[in-house]
Design a protein around this ligand. Structure first.
Ligand code: XLS
Ligand code: NI
Ligand code: NI
Length: 451
């Protein structure tokens, strides 16, 4: 049986004949959801609508499990080297949509290069993409699967070794612009709800050959062009920047959410972009996932989430499936506090380990990740309903509602008046406990005993 035939009548995932069901907490079946029940209401909203889960095309269908030391290990017949590139792209798309449908989650995400093979020149690449996008549109109509976001791969091809928008050569900038133009058109055609820009190689390897200021000006100009094109074609979804501190470059300009925020403000782009926060990128930047999401929420920048995790003993982007309810509960707590993800979602930007070579492992990874998110959602809603954290925060800052607090914010109190107050009234505020351990216990009370 050749590779493409193996996706024939039985499909590529014949071991999973039916969509993964919700079977409840007692189920010993590894291919059933124990927590994720799309219809279950949480805080008045369906679980599926809260989480808006997406499967990514790249790690799951376009990667054969290679690493820098060795070749691919995965059983992925649609990636066989001897296939005709368009035929392989069709088989890959068949496998992807069969998987999306059987997993039963509502969305997917893709890069241009994941879906369609490169042609001999840009025009041929674009036409390959257009053909694959039409085919995807038919599959979406058939299965009901929707597009959370699209993006352009501006990092794999050797032309992008020195960056795309930040390349010293303006022809590379032009090529990248052409690619984003086509990828944004494709996203729009497929009814995508957001468009993502991850600047993997927008950074530097060495400062010895780099004009940082010029490169950032180029990046800002590139983003302006994307905004203009979005308006021209009538795409209404948010544009999202995905921060990451390094890898593949030694230093990425979009280091973390706060850096992206400052960059956007400096170039007057703060109303045009939000962020797509990835768990493993947060920890690479020396932050917690919770920190990055809280920063975005508090500054009105939260767009969407790439749900994954790193390995605490490794210093790189291992992109593992999330397994920590504790970590994700706090992430979801911040998201629920702000009223939800809007048009964003939880995208599984996740890779199997290289030894997980069977096709069925793709199900195990995703089913576990989805259940972890679902469990965390229940815990987060319980934390909101419980109110202990919110009450403690309100108490801690209550002084700012006093006359003094209001006069400081209102601009009535000058530095010298505050000095006078401190001396005339001999104010001597006592230090007060932050109650950290107590609050940690309160979180665990909810995580452990919430039903
Ligand atoms: C890589 C990024 C990438 C983006 C999309 O580290 O996470 O996968 O999500 O280009
Ligand atoms: Ni990502
Ligand atoms: Ni990543």
């Amino acid at each position: 049986m050749n590779a493409v035939q193996s996706g024939g009548n039985e499909g590529f995932f014949a071991e999973v004949p039916e969509p993964v069901p919700y079977a409840g907490s007692g189920s010993p079946d590894g291919l059933a959801y124990r927590v994720y029940d799309p219809e279950r209401l949480v805080g008045g909203e369906r679980m599926e609508d809260h989480l808006r889960i997406a499967v990514c095309y790249w790690h799951s269908f376009a990667w054969a499990g290679s690493d820098v030391f060795g070749a691919g290990t995965f059983d992925r017949p649609w990636l066989a080297a001897d296939l005709d590139p368009m035929e392989a792209a069709h088989a890959k798309q068949d496998a992807a949509f069969e998987f999306f449908e059987k997993l039963g989650t509502p969305f997917f995400t893709f890069h241009d290069a994941d879906m369609a093979p490169a042609g001999r020149d840009f025009a041929e690449s674009r036409s390959n993409l257009e053909r694959m996008v039409e085919r995807a549109a038919a599959k979406m109509a058939q299965t009901g699967v929707r597009l959370l976001w699209g993006t352009a791969n501006l990092f794999s091809h050797p032309r992008y070794a020195a960056g795309a928008a930040t390349n010293p050569d303006p022809e590379v900038f032009a090529y990248a612009a052409a690619q984003v133009c086509a990828a944004l058109d494709a996203t729009h055609r497929l009814g995508g709800e957001n468009y993502v820009l991850w600047g993997g190689r927008e950074g530097y390897e060495t400062l010895l050959n780099t004009r940082m200021r010029q490169e950032k000006d180029q990046l800002a100009r590139f983003l302006e062009l994307v905004v203009e094109h979005k308006r021209d074609i009538g795409f209404t979804g948010p544009l999202l920047i995905e921060p990451k501190p390094q890898e593949p470059t030694k230093h990425e300009y979009d280091y973390d959410t706060a850096t992206v925020h400052g960059f956007l403000q400096r170039y007057g782009l703060q109303d045009e972009f939000k962020v797509n926060i990835e768990g493993n990128h947060a920890t690479l930047a020396g932050h917690s996932f919770h920190h990055e999401v809280a920063y975005a929420v508090e500054h009105g920048l939260l767009g969407s989430i790439d749900a994954n995790r790193g390995d605490p003993q490794n210093g790189w982007d291992t992109d593992q499936f999330p397994t920590s309810v504790e970590e994700l509960s706090l992430v979801l707590f911040e998201i629920l506090r702000t009223g939800g993800l809007g048009s964003g979602g939880f995208n599984f930007d996740t890779k199997l380990r290289r030894q997980s070579m069977d096709r069925i492992d793709l199900f195990h990874g995703h089913v576990g990740g989805v259940d972890t998110l679902a469990r965390a959602l229940l815990a987060a809603q319980a934390l909101i309903d419980d109110g202990a954290l919110e009450r403690a925060r309100a108490d801690r800052y209550a002084g700012w509602d006093s006359e003094l607090g209001r006069s400081i914010h209102g601009g009535q109190a000058s530095l010298s008046e505050l000095a006078r107050l401190a001396s005339d009234e001999a104010i001597d505020p006592p230090p007060s406990s932050g109650r950290q351990e107590h609050l940690e216990n309160e979180v665990n009370r909810v995580l452990w005993f919430e039903r």
